[in-house]
Design a binder for this molecule. Structure first.
Ligand code: SF4
Length: 350
C-alpha cells in the first residue's frame, strides 16, 4: 500500500507550496486552509470552490485523515480521558475538562517524554516520538466531534510530552488553532519543563500562546531531583529567561508548582519561591501532588497546602490551589501514560 501524506495538519506555508507546485494562485491555498480547518470537511469532493482538476490531482497524491479515539473514560467530575491509537500502534491521551468558565482540552505533544521528571508517569514511558500537527490537531477535532460544547474553548498543552521539543509541529498546530479554529492565542497555554532556548523562540511567534513553566521546586537541589532539565538550565537561568521574555502588558506567565509532602512544601520553600518570582508578571498554580502507586511522593496534608497558599498571598504572589480533574480515571496532572507499543503487546499477550 503506497503512503499518501495527510492534507489535514498542513499549515498555510505547506498548503501554499502545494498550490504553487500545481500552478494554482495563492488564494487557492487559503481556500484549502478554510475547507480543512474552518469547515473541517473530510473529502476533497466537498471543496466545491476549488478547480475540479486540482481536486482530482490532490486526491491522487494526498489523503484527508482525521484522528479518531479508540477508547474514552468518563470521570465522576465530568472530565473525560480520550485514548488514541496512532498509525504506528503508539497510544496517546487527551483530556476534556468542563470547567466553571468553559471547556478546557488538555492535549499531548509527544508519545512519551524524554524529560524524565521524577513525579510524572509519562516519563516512565521514555520518549517514543514527536506527534505530527495532524495528530495534535486531531485530538481537538475528535473531541469536538464527540462532545457538544460552545466555542470558544481553552487548550492546554500539558498532556504527554514536552511541547517545546516538538516546536515545529507545535507552531503549525498553533497556527491552525488560531487561524483555522478561530481560538484566540490567549486561550492556548503551552506548558514547558523549562527548555530555555525553545521558550525564547516560542515567545516571538508567529503565534504567541500563554506560557506556563513547570517549576515545582525552590532550590536547584530539589529541582535537579524532580526535573533533570534543571541540570542544563538551572532555576536562575530559567527565571532570567522568563524575566526577559517579551510578555504583553496584560499577560502573565504561569508557574506550576506541584506540592509534594515534606519535599517542597515548607515555609522556607514558600519564601524562596516568592523571591524567585519577584519582578516577573506571573501567577503561581499550586498543584497538590496526585498520588499513584508507582511513585513514592505523597500529597501534603490540606493544612500545609493552605498554609503555603496563604504564605504566598501574604507575600503578594498571585496564586491559586489547583485540584486536578479526572483523578479517578488517571487523567490528572502527571498521570497520563500509555504502555509503549512493545509493552502493550506484552500486556495483551497475558
Ligand atoms: S512533567 Fe511533562 S516534561 Fe516532565 S516528564 Fe512529564 S510530560 Fe515530560
Amino acid at each position: 500500500m503506497s503512503y499518501k501524506p495527510n492534507l489535514f495538519g498542513l499549515g498555510s506555508g505547506s498548503l501554499k507550496t502545494l498550490a504553487e507546485a500545481a500552478g494554482q494562485p495563492v488564494f487557492r491555498a487559503n481556500q484549502l486552509f478554510e475547507w480543512l480547518y474552518k469547515k473541517r470537511v473530510s473529502s476533497l469532493d466537498e471543496m466545491t470552490n476549488l478547480p475540479k482538476a486540482w481536486r482530482a490531482a490532490l486526491a491522487e497524491s494526498h489523503v484527508i485523515q482525521h484522528l479518531e479515539y479508540t477508547r474514552k473514560l468518563q470521570s465522576e467530575d465530568g472530565s473525560v480521558k480520550y485514548i488514541f491509537q496512532l498509525d504506528d500502534g503508539s497510544e496517546i491521551e487527551s483530556v476534556y475538562m468542563p470547567m466553571a468558565k468553559g471547556v478546557t482540552l488538555c492535549l499531548s505533544s509527544q508519545v512519551g517524554c524524554a524529560q524524565a521528571c521524577s513525579f510524572c508517569l509519562t516519563a516512565k514511558m521514555g520518549f517514543i516520538r514527536n506527534l505530527s500537527a495532524a495528530e495534535i490537531m486531531g485530538q481537538i477535532t475528535a473531541i469536538m466531534k464527540d462532545q457538544t460544547f460552545d466555542a470558544p474553548f481553552n487548550v492546554v498543552m500539558m498532556g504527554m510530552g514536552e511541547p517545546l521539543l516538538n516546536l515545529a509541529q507545535l507552531q503549525v498546530s498553533l497556527e491552525v488553532m488560531t487561524a483555522g479554529l478561530g481560538l484566540s492565542p490567549k486561550r492556548i497555554t503551552v506548558s514547558t519543563s523549562g527548555h530555555v532556548r525553545n521558550l525564547e523562540k516560542l515567545a516571538v511567534g508567529p503565534v504567541v500562546p500563554r506560557i506556563a513553566i513547570s517549576l515545582n521546586a525552590s532550590t536547584d537541589e530539589q529541582r535537579n531531583e524532580l526535573m533533570p532539565v534543571n541540570l542544563k538550565w538551572d532555576i536562575q537561568t530559567l527565571m532570567d529567561t522568563c524575566r526577559a521574555l517579551p510578555i504583553k502588558a496584560r499577560e502573565r506567565i504561569t508557574f506550576e508548582y506541584v506540592l509534594i509532602d515534606q519535599f517542597n512544601d515548607s515555609d522556607a520553600d514558600a519564601k524562596r519561591l516568592t523571591k524567585w518570582v519577584r519582578g516577573i508578571r506571573c501567577k503561581v498554580n499550586l498543584i497538590p501532588f496526585n498520588e499513584t502507586e508507582s511513585l513514592s511522593y505523597r500529597q501534603p496534608p490540606l493544612a500545609r497546602i493552605q498554609r503555603f497558599h496563604e504564605l504566598l498571598n501574604r507575600a503578594g504572589v498571585v496564586n491559586t490551589i489547583r485540584w486536578s480533574k479526572g483523578r479517578d480515571i488517571g487523567a490528572a496532572c502527571g498521570q497520563l501514560a500509555r504502555p509503549t507499543a512493545r509493552e502493550g503487546a506484552r500486556l495483551r499477550a497475558h
